[in-house]
Design a protein around this ligand. Structure first.
Ligand SMILES: [Zn+2]
Length: 379
């Protein structure tokens, strides 16, 4: 224990010393119906802790008041109610998994974090008993449950997570950056898995994480950065973030030839696949040099056709599948990169909107006018 419970605290109440006691209900964005949309609930019950008590963190959990929350591509899938969302998302769930906030209550067994701390959290939650959790790979544990996907998330005034998942924030990390450490962690994990120092890097797909990967790869010492995407606005931004060459593959130019000309090995050393598009995956491997390394993060919507013989076997390529963030290596790397001042994230976070304006956030994502959008729950 790092704090004194109040005299009135009982087994069924959270310890809230030093923080405002939360209200009985809260605002939340809920997947209320099995159809496209998210529904604003101004009277949602507080989240339920692992002990099954509404509004009370379980013995080893923390309850956090959410200040800002990032809107993710995953949230867009849930909003649009696509095939994946229909197969995975329980109707009635509070959505959202990227956030920054302040701890307002902790369970009796919590020792690592305390009320009043400014925090974010790793949204991949496991019991820690799985083989992978016990061997340093908790990010791919088989019992993993994801915040805002499998359990109530952070598009709400309050969210409950295990203390293990809480990441206390350095005071120099601003709130709006802290709110997007989840996707930034995907980018850092992918870049670090491939290893880009003094390497030429091709990033296929300049979405949120692809753009983050540009600035991370630059900060991590990539020698040359090539980026492909079909949206000229995103390619322009990729250049501002540090890309040396950008290509729109639909224009019919010989962009793979350009990469060949500008790399001694006849192709890029590293491919970071961020699109999930079959055409981009195949083209990306064509542009990869023999003996190159590919790290794949983009998720194809369905099984794709892929030239395994030429792209991997004859090429002697090394391939890594990348999922989530390493706990906690990626988080330490990410904090160092943010504090170094070398990441250009402000241009990727295009909008900060009041919580109630969430419909506009999804429209901005759908139109491509917005890239990373953060909802401000304090506005
Ligand atoms: Zn996300």
């Amino acid at each position: 224990m790092t704090q004194t419970p109040t005299a009135t605290t009982t087994e069924s109440e959270p310890h809230t010393a030093g923080a405002a006691v939360p209200a009985r209900t809260m605002r939340a964005l809920v997947k209320s119906k099995a159809e496209p949309g998210l529904w604003f609930d101004g009277q949602r019950r507080l989240p339920t802790g692992s002990s099954g008590i509404v509004g009370a963190p379980g013995p080893t959990e923390a309850m956090i008041r959410v200040k800002m929350a990032g809107v993710c591509g995953t949230d867009r899938h849930i909003y649009e109610w696509d095939h994946w969302a229909q197969s995975r998302i329980p109707v009635g769930i509070v959505t959202g998994h990227e956030f920054v906030g302040e701890i307002v209550a902790v369970g009796q067994g919590v020792t690592r974090v305390k009320v009043g701390q400014r925090v974010t959290a790793e949204g991949h939650i496991t019991k820690g008993t799985d083989f992978n959790s016990r061997t340093g790979n908790a990010h791919i544990a088989r019992d993993m449950r994801i915040l805002g996907v499998d359990r109530d998330g952070c598009f709400a005034d309050y969210v409950i997570v295990p203390q293990y998942n809480v990441w206390p924030l350095h005071e120099d990390v601003p709130d709006r950056i802290a709110a997007v450490m989840d996707p930034l962690g995907n980018a850092v994990h992918t870049v670090m898995t491939a290893g880009v120092s003094a390497q030429s890097v091709l990033i296929t797909g300049a979405g949120i994480i692809g753009l983050m990967a540009v600035t991370v790869a630059r900060a991590a010492g990539a020698s040359k950065i090539f980026v492909t995407d079909v949206d000229p606005r995103r390619l322009e931004l990729a250049k501002e973030l540090g890309a040396d060459f950008v290509f729109d593959p639909t224009r019919g130019d010989d962009w793979i030839g350009v990469i060949d000309q500008h790399t001694p090995g006849g192709g890029c050393d590293v491919l970071l696949e961020m699109s999930g598009a079959a055409s981009a995956i195949n083209a990306g491997f064509t542009a990869l040099r023999n003996g190159g390394t590919a790290a794949l993060l983009g998720i194809p919507g369905k099984p794709i056709e892929f030239d395994l013989s030429n792209h991997v076997i004859f090429k002697g390529a090394r391939i890594f599948g990348v999922n989530g963030r390493r706990m906690w290596a990626t988080w330490y790397q990410m904090e160092e990169l943010i504090l170094s001042g070398r990441l250009k994230l402000d241009k990727i976070i295009t909008h900060t909107l009041p919580f109630e304006d969430y419909e506009r956030a999804f429209k901005l994502m759908q139109s491509g006018d917005g890239i990373k959008i953060v909802l401000d729950l304090t506005a």
